[in-house]
Design a protein around this ligand. Sequence first.
Ligand SMILES: Cc1cc2nc3c(=O)[nH]c(=O)nc-3n(C[C@H](O)[C@H](O)[C@H](O)COP(=O)(O)O)c2cc1C
Length: 353
Amino acid sequence: MPETNLFSPGRIGGLELRNRIMMAPMTRSRALAGGIPSELAIEYYTQRASAGLILSEGTAPSAAGIGYARTPAIETPEQIAAWRKITTAVHAQGGKIFCQLMHVGRIAHPANRFTTEPAVAPSAIQAAGTMWTDSLQMQEMPTPHALTTSEVATVIEQYAQATRNALAAGFDGVEYHAASGYLPMQFLSSNTNQRTDGYGGSVRNRTRFVLESLEAMIKAAGTAGKVGIKISPAMPFNDIHDADPVETYTTLVKALAPMGLAYLHVLRTTLPDTFEMLRPLFPGTFAAAGAFTRESGEAALKSGLADFIVYGKPFISNPDLPARFAKGAELTPWDASTFYSPGAKGYTDFPSL
Ligand SMILES: Cc1cc2nc3c(=O)[nH]c(=O)nc-3n(C[C@H](O)[C@H](O)[C@H](O)COP(=O)(O)O)c2cc1C
């Protein structure tokens, strides 16, 4: 059998993918008022359709899940219709695209939201740090409302409904964002989850929200093969901290293993040997992320450490990243000053070769 490299075709659920390169989910803050993706986003994603699989920017399952300026949701008919234009354009190029469902939990400011509902979290613990708002510049994030047990069920149902909406919008599947200190990771982590009901306390209880959300999403999708998950063990971003990330994430991944998910997407941050620790616990498709180059991606595939390699920042400034990797061409450096700025600059104006 020929060795797997970045250009080997791959398979996720029932999908045939043209290479082993995934485009990372990346918030780009170019959505219109009301959480509607803009026309520019059609061009942005179409330019990047040569990825084996595109993971969309973080997209809120409901208005209550939005925390950042100019970010999209997939709840209303207008939002779904706008997403449909994007998936249609990507498919017309032979590309595939999953919708990343991102509920920010406590990482939110009211000025960035179009609902008057308070931000929610497992416990009423304010996040240290500030965030950008267009009307008030940098602001502290307010203390969130602690979800009651019955409100937890409502949020889980919102993930299920968002899954139905994403498939109706033409997405090939959905990714559950359980990384980067947002709501699911707030349930997983000991500093943000001080609950005394069945969703807090023991490791098993702290993983319950994630597992029940995934079960609801799988039911909504009709198959686990259309549902992936992203985790980032021990990531300190967004004031998140877990007393024992090795125990938390080995417990979680063992529970994910029999679910038949589309894939497990792991972002490596501060924990040494994250991939080596988790890969043997997960029999399904494993996607590895975090500062990969062409060379380190090839090495991870060759050694069997991963089945897919996820590239983030390089895809922002190199829309034809797979072709550049194939040719060994030079990469255009990214420009962090336009990651989240409105408009085409730094978004759709990076040229292909
Ligand atoms: C501008 C920007 C926005 C991001 N937004 C998201 C997001 O919405 N959801 C998510 O899971 N990760 C997000 N990330 C993290 C990336 O998906 C990826 O894990 C990270 O950039 C590491 O990969 P890289 O080193 O190849 O860039 C973002 C990263 C960047 C640079």
